[in-house]
Design a protein around this ligand. Structure first.
Ligand SMILES: [Zn+2]
Length: 337
């Protein structure tokens, strides 16, 4: 190879049979991609001596990126900078983002560098703009990541949700309630949920407890729903419960907690244990939501809290295990009542 060829700014011209200087010109070109014709302004190298078009891999790479970009815009696929923006919104690196999505890290890398995503992956990545969807994916692919990575993502998610709330509280609420609406039964009543949680917390405060761990709230919701139904023959809220190892738990409960946080009834903080694991501590933020309940409902809930509110998690777990419906269901099964 001629020595000149190793220098920059020269390309090999077949016609001149040597390395030559070149000019870069812009021209309209039509590329065919996935049975679609995409026209772009491409950069092409031309031999400075004879004017022949020369192949340059870097220029061609950039041209292709432009083509992909136009194609993506036309077909409403996610754009490279959009992917990065979504990922960084949650403060995640490519590795962790890919794991949570359940796709390869190399794939995310290529997309962020301008490769054309498939429609399915594009839709998946786009859906992560919605914190509720992100949360769903996070729970689904929890097993792909370490505990500390999970907590990192959880914390980021809470932060994103808080930020979004400040920006557009109503929009997020609608999105989240859409998700919840699908998950929970038709009889699910959002106002009753907010009211119930507000009353539970107010009563807990009266009993000199400043906060509740998530587990306790979930248990108190179970006792409330189950006993209310036994007594009055109808559901107060309509939460779907599943058979968990330590008793009945609301199905997809992370969404429920997010919803409560979004709605502004509670605030959630993470308490780090010495072993690095974290527990969610819940605080009452606004007790005015109790207005959604009538006196009969309020009194009923207060009695429940008075009876079970002081018990520790172990004791509560034991109590729930006595329930016939719990005994007659398998792990993971929905408890119908
Ligand atoms: Zn030439």
């Amino acid at each position: 190879m001629e020595k000149k060829g190793q220098e920059e700014n020269v390309l090999y011209c077949e016609k001149c049979d040597s390395f030559v200087n070149y000019d870069i010109i812009r021209k309209r070109e039509i590329y065919e991609i996935k049975n679609d014709k995409i026209e772009i302004l491409s950069d092409v190298a031309k031999c400075a001596n004879c004017g022949t078009e020369l192949y340059d891999i870097k220029l061609e790479d950039n041209n292709l990126k432009r083509v992909y970009r136009e194609y993506a815009k036309k077909h409403k696929l996610v754009l490279p900078e959009e992917i990065k923006e979504i990922r960084e919104k949650y403060g995640l690196n490519q590795h962790l983002f890919a794991r949570i999505l359940g796709i390869g890290k190399a794939t995310i890398q290529r997309y962020e560098n301008g490769a054309l995503p498939t429609k399915a992956y594009s839709d998946l990545i786009k859906s992560m703009k919605n914190p509720g969807e992100f949360q769903r994916k996070l729970e689904e692919n929890k097993h792909n990541i370490s505990k500390s990575e999970y907590e990192t993502a959880r914390t980021a998610l809470s932060r994103v949700m808080r930020n979004q709330k400040e920006i557009a509280a109503d929009e997020v609420l609608t999105e989240l309630s859409d998700v919840l609406e699908v998950i929970h039964s038709n009889v699910f009543n959002f106002d009753k949920l907010l009211g119930t949680v507000a009353v539970i917390f107010s009563k807990i405060k009266e009993m000199n407890e400043n906060f509740m761990y998530k587990t306790k709230l979930l248990k108190l919701l179970w006792f409330t729903e189950r006993r209310f139904e036994k007594l009055f023959g109808r559901r107060l809220i309509g939460i779907k419960f599943a058979h968990g190892n330590y008793g009945p738990i609301p199905d997809k409960y992370p969404l429920l907690i997010s919803y409560l946080e979004q709605a502004g009834v509670i605030t959630v903080t993470l308490e780090e244990d010495e072993d690095g694991s974290a527990r969610e501590k819940l605080f009452l933020k606004d007790n005015t939501f109790s207005k959604y309940l009538d006196e009969k409902e309020k009194n009923f809930i207060e009695k429940i809290v008075k009876r079970f509110g002081k018990m520790d998690t172990k004791r509560l777990s034991k109590e729930t295990h006595k329930d016939e419906l719990y005994k007659n269901t398998e792990n993971g099964e929905i408890i119908e009542f």
